[in-house]
Design a protein around this ligand. Structure first.
Ligand code: ATP
Length: 256
């Protein structure tokens, strides 16, 4: 089902971070939200995942109005997110981090699992099997026992993606998935994200700075500048839009 963002405005004490922004994420597509620094991308992301409350406007996902829900309730609807800065337990092995991703799917609960009750044990075995499958899909199948903190940064980003997939989401929110990666790693993650869309049929909203990745990956692109939507369309169209070019040139002149 589509995610419909309608007229969303977010104000922080006098500053309008998002100003009447609308876009629709079609099912089974990769939808990128891009824009220069301070354009409102993170704010938008935080509204979709329930971390920030919109001042006005609506975000519909099926029958649910996401602007009225807590992050926990939004996650329970099958909307998973990753973070710009990795948020994994560094001392725990990969497998434990991934099992935490399955928390909302665990019927027996962690208390029963901790007591090793038979039903909980059977359930844990099933979850572990699925976790191993997802790890394989993401290319970290051989690393399940390794503490996350010992892995290179690019691999940790994969673990984060795998943990989000362990929630069995229908919609995945990716916050700068290739930030801090080198060229080769970027291409690999782009390929992986395409596979998530094509093989798992998951819709993806992507906030990303790297234009190359966005142009290669996205089916649809929404461009923000100073909190306003200045363009929306397929990558090739958006890339040639004079307003978009101006926004990015302005941004690079400022930082030059
Ligand atoms: N919690 C907050 N309180 C006050 N102002 C905020 C808050 N979060 C964001 N802002 C402001 O809202 C505006 C949009 O910021 P936002 O982080 O959404 O932009 P962005 O496009 O994600 O930028 P970047 O690419 O630099 O991460 C900025 O002016 C920022 O300072």
């Amino acid at each position: 089902m589509p995610l419909e963002v309608r007229d969303v405005t977010v104000r922080f004490a006098g500053l309008t971070a998002l100003d009447g922004v609308s876009f629709t994420v079609a099912p089974g597509t990769v939808h990128a939200v891009i824009g220069p620094n301070g354009a409102g991308k993170s704010t938008c992301f935080n509204v979709l995942s329930g971390v920030y409350r919109a001042t006005s406007g609506s975000v519909r996902y099926g029958d649910a109005e996401l602007t009225a829900l807590t992050p926990h309730r939004i996650a329970a609807l099958g909307v998973a997110r990753t973070f710009q800065n990795i948020a994994l337990s560094r001392h725990l092995p990969v497998v434990d981090n991934l099992m935490l991703g399955r928390h909302r799917l665990t019927k027996a609960g962690f208390v029963a699992a901790g007591l090793r009750l038979p039903a909980a044990r059977g359930e844990a075995v099933r979850h572990r099997a699925r976790v191993a499958e997802i790890a394989e899909f993401v290319g970290i199948g051989g690393l399940l026992a390794t503490p996350v903190g010992l892995l290179p940064y690019g691999v940790q980003k994969r673990v984060e993606l795998a943990r989000a997939l362990c929630m069995e989401p229908r919609l995945l929110l990716l916050d700068e998935p290739v930030a801090g990666m080198n060229g080769g790693e970027r291409a690999e993650i782009a390929e992986l994200i395409t596979a998530v869309r094509d093989s798992l049929g998951i819709s993806i909203v992507l906030v990303e700075h790297d234009m190359g990745v966005v142009m290669r990956l996205a089916d649809q692109v929404t461009v923000l500048d100073f909190g306003r939507r200045i363009a929306d369309g397929p990558p090739a169209e958006v890339q040639g839009d004079p307003q978009v070019i101006r926004a990015y040139l302005g941004a690079s002149e400022e930082s030059a």
